[in-house]
Design a binder for this molecule. Structure first.
Ligand SMILES: [Fe+2]
Length: 195
């Protein structure tokens, strides 16, 4: 893994968003309130500190985490594809900051009662441009996210509560498995002490 230098979080430009969420957490806010807050964060975006890049993949950098929520930046190489996944029953707001992301929506249609087994159904796809917002909630609300070929992307994610573990799904074999949520980088180590 190496570092890129041409875009990344601009120092503390995410701080107003984090300060605002610390005063009133994401789950205490309406959908439109969160949308407005994230839109304002995008408006303050400027090139700054480099983010890690994984050739052909994506990296997850933590900007803030406490017991109530976490804020991450995901840096997508062109053509990077996530696994089909849920969000551990948490809410996830994802806003594209740079580039484009393709989102394939899926619904889990089994009851989730057999460990390791899952049936999923495709619900359609949409191309997200910079500024577009995606919200996931509940254990049956799945998606796969990818950067189009030759288009890299940067996205801002707010999870409430913090994502500890989640499931990834294999559509063809009807299998699922648990993964622990991890960071590739921590942008503000001091804020993680309470996690
Ligand atoms: Fe996701």
């Amino acid at each position: 893994m190496t570092q890129v230098t041409n875009f990344g979080p601009g120092g503390d430009l995410l701080q107003p968003l984090i300060d605002n969420l610390c005063m009133r957490g994401p789950l205490e806010r309406s959908t439109s309130d969160m949308a407005a807050l994230l839109a304002a964060a995008r408006g303050s975006w400027l090139p700054g500190r480099p983010l890690l890049v994984c050739p052909g993949g994506y990296t997850r950098s933590c900007a803030y985490a406490d017991q109530r929520f976490e804020v991450l930046l995901l840096n997508w190489a062109a053509g990077a594809v996530s696994a089909l996944h849920d969000h551990g029953g948490q809410h996830c707001w994802m806003q594209v900051l740079e580039g484009q992301l393709l989102v394939d929506d899926y619904l889990r249609i089994d009851a989730g009662e057999r460990p390791g087994f899952a049936r999923v159904e495709a619900q359609g796809s949409r191309l997200m441009n910079a500024g577009d917002l995606d919200l996931r909630s509940g254990p049956f609300d799945l998606h796969r996210v990818s950067a189009p070929p030759r288009v890299r992307a940067l996205s801002l994610h707010v999870y409430a509560g913090p994502l500890k573990e989640f499931l990834i799904y294999d559509e063809s074999t009807q299998r699922c498995q648990t993964l622990q949520s991890t960071y590739d980088d921590v942008l503000r180590p001091s804020v993680l002490a309470s996690r």
